[in-house]
Ligand binder design. Structure first.
Ligand code: DQQ
Length: 610
């Protein structure tokens, strides 16, 4: 069974709960992912296992048990949102790297690491602050000079970001908040970061807008939420953890901070009587008979669900029903998993688009859109599609009406590398380019990067055209491609497999190929790494794109450090990641197998969005 990604497993760890005890330490885990059956649990300190007799476990409100008695015959059931306290006898005076491991029936091995600093080694507050500032400055310097770090996709200066939150056009600016860990390039201790842009092209980073507060419903994190604009007031609804609750905040002066509602949470628990997995990511809107809110969830053993609530005053909410519930046992037209995160209902004239992010067995899979109708407070899907075919990369998008009145979608661009590599790099996560959503006359969803991205073009355009043949040939000169937009018009020959390969040299083992398979009518993005590098996975992403013989395939390819976004025929997007050793030396080689293909390419260097 594949192991779940480490950053997800960290969701189990209650931030700040690792405490020094006179004879060891204790930590608290809280399972918010899926209920699991644990066969065994172990902790090692600096690679030395702590004997299971020295580990004690207690589930909230129950007596402590010794870890040595847990086995396949006598498993420990971890239900959702029931904190588990682990106490370890491990005397130490020096900092230790702890690796916490558990074997589970449902999702296999669970493993994550934490740094433990015993009491007695605590530095005085001012010294710690100075050291933290110094470390942060060094980290930011490393990030700025990292060729894998994007320059025209939004990122915080360093550390971790995930979902975009609270997107809103307010007093002349597009505001965007985002899930942010200000201290480390790993998920945890989630704050709301903040940035603004007048045009969705140029971004200004602002100070953190909201942080978890001790003894408040959001003490373990301010998770995803959204903005709700009404006349002159702007409110935000977000997820406070643990347990998952719905909280409210209001815009402070000039929207510099968010002021939390005094009587949070506004919804303190999931509706009683339902067996739910997950309860998060609220979105609010107004109708003539009151306010409505959707919350992302999953019905245990069935599939994802979008729950609907109603209120007359925004503070007391009554549960109605799911507007849509999925069937996680179906794989057609698409597998929709067990939990739907970040739902949002978007109106396009008489049509509606319901977007959700599919979560299953600890995997953040992809974002999908259901096009259909919304009536009698229920959603009736007519078609289902992936919003981006970059599985495991593009996730948790939110859409907003921007300064031009367009419906614009932005999502989290996830990492495709291990946590250790992110720690080394000092950063993780980026925001996708803003994408304009429209529904055409025939009811199809069109997805375009905002045309104003061209404001970032710098220097002269490189323009070239010709015929691609079987052997790799350099087609865009000797200027390295690192932060560029490449617009390709490709006329694929019969049954051809044609496209471009980005690599440092013709024979380099590391390359990414963007190719169209005319026979299978499929767009393919393929990343290859030097096999001696163990930390990176090779990967292929595919999407069906119809191009008849003689027709043109129009691609817009955005390469920005390790982020690659590919837009095809205004309908299909693939976002992927590529971390080559020679990121600053990539050249473009064209090729066309089986038959030749004609091409025309325009390329621009891009400048930073800051
Ligand atoms: N990320 C947030 C959750 C949301 C998930 C936590 C989606 O609220 O469901 O950081 O990536």
């Amino acid at each position: 069974m594949p192991a779940a990604p480490e950053f997800l497993l960290r969701k189990l760890y209650v931030p700040g709960s690792l405490k020094s005890l006179p004879d060891g330490f204790s930590i608290i885990l809280n399972d918010t992912l899926v209920p699991v059956t644990v066969f065994g649990m172990s902790i090692s300190a600096d690679d030395v296992p702590i004997a299971s007799q020295d580990l004690y476990l207690s589930l909230s409100g129950q007596p402590e048990i010794n870890a040595s008695i847990i086995s396949e015959q006598n498993p420990l059931q971890l239900a959702l949102n029931i904190p588990l306290v682990i106490r370890a006898i491990a005397k130490t005076t020096k900092p230790l790297k702890l690796i916490i491991e558990a074997n589970s029936k449902e999702i296999g091995a669970l493993r994550f690491s934490l740094d433990f600093r015993p009491h007695g080694l605590q530095l005085s507050k001012p010294i710690k602050k100075i050291m933290d500032l110094g470390r942060e400055a060094v980290k930011r310097f490393r990030v700025i000079n990292d060729p894998h770090h994007p320059i025209y996709h939004f990122t915080p200066p360093a550390n971790w970001m995930n979902d975009p939150n609270g997107l809103v056009f307010w007093q002349g600016q597009n505001h965007l908040f985002y899930q942010f860990n200000p201290n480390e390039p790993v998920w945890g201790n989630i704050h709301w970061g903040h940035t603004v842009s007048p045009d969705l092209v140029h971004w200004k980073r602002l100070p953190v807008a909201m942080k978890p507060n001790k003894n408040q419903p959001d003490q373990d994190g301010c998770w995803t939420g959204s903005a709700f604009k009404e006349e002159n007031t702007l409110r935000f609804f977000y997820t406070g953890v643990f347990p998952e609750t719905v909280c409210m905040a209001e815009a402070g002066k000039n929207l510099k901070t968010l002021v939390k509602y005094q009587h949070n949470p506004v919804i303190s628990e999931p509706p009683p009587g339902l067996q739910l997995d997950g309860f998060r990511d609220p979105v609010v809107w107004r109708e003539t008979d009151g306010y409505y809110m959707t919350v992302g969830s999953g019905i245990s053993g069935k599939g994802g669900a979008v729950l609907l609530f109603r209120s007359v005053d925004l503070t007391k909410w009554e549960y109605l029903h799911p507007i849509l519930a999925g069937d996680g046992s179906q794989t057609t037209p698409l597998f929709t998993g067990s939990i739907w995160e970040c739902p949002q209902l978007i109106k396009f004239g008489s049509k509606y688009l319901l977007i959700v992010s599919v979560y299953h067995a600890s995997k953040l899979m992809y974002a999908i859109g259901f096009l259909g109708e919304y009536r009698d407070q229920k959603f009736f899907p007519v078609s289902t599609q992936k919003l981006d075919h970059g599985d495991g990369v593009f996730y948790a998008p939110q859409s907003v009406i921007d300064h031009k009145g367009r419906q614009v979608l932005m999502g989290w661009v996830m990492e495709e590398r291990e946590e250790a590599a992110c720690q080394k790099a000092g950063w993780a996560g980026a925001l996708s380019l803003p994408r304009v959503l429209t529904v055409d006359e025939s009811g199809r969803l069109l997805i375009d990067p905002i045309p104003e991205m061209e404001q970032l073009h710098k220097g002269t355009k490189i323009h070239t055209s010709g015929i691609l043949a079987a052997s790799l040939s350099p087609i865009l000169g000797s200027t390295p491609i690192c932060n560029h937009e490449i617009d390709i018009d490709l006329y694929p020959g019969k049954n051809s497999l044609s496209g471009i390969r980005l690599s440092a040299e013709e024979k380099a083992l590391e390359f990414v190929e963007i190719a169209y398979d005319q026979n299978r009518q499929i767009l393919i993005v393929d990343t290859h790494y030097d096999p001696s590098e163990t930390i990176l996975r090779d990967g292929t992403k595919e999407a069906a794109v119809q191009v008849r013989l003689g027709e043109k395939l129009q691609l817009k390819v955005y390469v920005d450090g390790s982020v690659i976004e590919i837009y095809a025929q205004r309908k299909t997007v693939i976002t992927t990641r590529f971390y080559p050793d020679y990121a600053k030396k990539l050249l473009a080689f064209g090729f066309s197998k089986i038959d030749t293909s004609k091409y025309e390419i325009a390329m621009w260097a891009m400048q930073t969005c800051f």
